[in-house]
Design a protein around this ligand. Structure first.
Ligand code: 8DG
Length: 135
């Protein structure tokens, strides 16, 4: 399982991260996250990846969606979340961008992410405030 998060700020922009590896994905954009380790809780993995990759603490809200990945048996689950503490920086290299709903198509997303980006676009356009649990 791969877990990732669409981090949304007060201006309803979302944080996208540019991959530097592997070469097939280099230059493409994704939601910050990574693989859940054996025995690890999914949300614990998500918090760990955000700490390691972005140096931030996050608060997790609803699930945005999930998709099957090209590698057999692998699934990607993405939550909506926000930053609770810290200023995100690309710890492992790469690049970060805050994208508004209108800018979501300005970057090339990993192919598996496209349906999730579509759901996100609708959520960002919805005037209702985003719900965040106690995550
Ligand atoms: N984090 C993330 N991974 C994604 C997204 N979309 C997508 O297809 N993937 C794929 C790319 C990779 O094959 C896999 C995530 O693996 P990863 O290499 O980022 O995982 P990791 O940080 O745990 O690194 P590693 O242990 O493999 O070195 O999921 C996404 O939006 N976010």
């Amino acid at each position: 399982m791969v877990v990732a998060v669409a981090l949304v700020d007060e201006a309803r922009r979302v944080l996208a991260a540019r991959r530097t590896s592997p070469s097939a994905y280099a230059g493409m954009w994704e939601f910050p996250g990574g693989k859940v380790e054996p025995g690890e809780d999914e949300l614990a993995a998500l918090a760990r990846e955000c700490r390691e990759e972005l140096d931030v603490q996050i608060e997790v809200g609803p699930v945005l969606g999930q998709v099957d990945l090209a590698s057999p048996g692998w699934r990607l689950r993405v939550w909506i979340g926000r930053i609770r503490a810290g200023m995100p920086r690309a710890v492992e290299g790469g690049e970060l961008r805050w994208l508004s709903a209108a800018e979501l198509d300005d970057v090339s997303w990993l192919p598996a992410d496209l349906p999730l980006v579509e759901s996100l676009r609708q959520r960002l356009a919805d005037p209702e405030p985003m719900a965040f649990g106690a995550g």
